[in-house]
Design a protein around this ligand. Sequence first.
Ligand SMILES: [Zn+2]
Length: 376
Amino acid sequence: MKCNLCKINEADKTGSHFLTLSFIKTAINEAGRGERDREIVFKLTSGKDLDIEPYFGRKILPEAIDKVLNSEVKFDDFIKNHNPFVEDYLFCTECENRFAIIEGYFISNLYLKIKSNLLETERDSKGNRVIKIDSQKGLLTRLFFYVQLWRTSISKHSFKLDEKIENSLRKIIFNCLEKNIDATLDKCKENKLEILSHPLTVTYWETEIHTENKFENTTNLIYFHDKSKRPYFVIINDFVIRLYRNKRHLNTTPNHFFGFTDLIDTTEHINIDQDEFTIGVLVDSHRRKILDGVIGQPVEMFFKNWKKRIKEFHIQIFGFTPTEYVLKGILLEIIYSDEITLDKYNSEYVIKVISKVFYELSQKGEYDFKFFEKTI
Ligand SMILES: [Zn+2]
């Protein structure tokens, strides 16, 4: 198979991360470690068979998995051979090396500086901080995000750009990526009009909090909105990206995006045709609010799915359909047992909750405890 970028060489690379690993590692890795095979990924899907499916890299310690899952699980049970952000034979070695140039540049020159609050900020009309970077850095920033979106789109991931924009991004990436950053920047300047033609907002949100000298990562996500195309809406760890196909789409009715659109004034944050590049900054409390919304939608579907399964499970064990009261009891137990985090929506945990509620009901005399004990 030919390389998806150059379409000339054979795609010989295995294990290509279509999202830059160092960019997403705090969303998926054990704290403090950044190696491959140490990823912890929660794959959030909203398809028919909704599930929040954990993926664990091969070297993760079983204790760490237990901690994440908040339950006693067997390590081998959760080892999956397929990492959702890695794919083989997408690119050739040469193109993969060219990707590394822009990835390395963005991570060291912008990402780490933004995370460490080293860049100057202004305030926008809504009181959010805004980082303004110069045209050169802006072109390279765009290129970096185009690489993330385009690589995901051409992979087996469910996120797909329209063919026209996918081809346009491929052309930009192919024409601009060179063997070093200076040559890449020169190419970006040559292709400036094409690069700037896609309206784009980039918003960074604080994902780390400092508490009493303790440095902790907060829960984060990798999320591709599967319905919206005007604009495409993507959360990659601590960045929210909205990409429009063209200027006309800026005038379409804005999607709410879990409250994101209310927090960010698109006309102030949009990058289109201008030299200066704007990166918005959202505070942690806003991030949490939006993530609650993002998680809430699939979770709602998740509950519908589980309601059906709880019923089946109940009939299997007790021989009759549970009352709405029992069903509600189990679902409420899942929702309110702790702060909302993804790890509590895994199957093991839910089964634990079901068992607990059944047990409690049996203690109240509503179920035959002996029968329950035997069956579970
Ligand atoms: Zn290639």
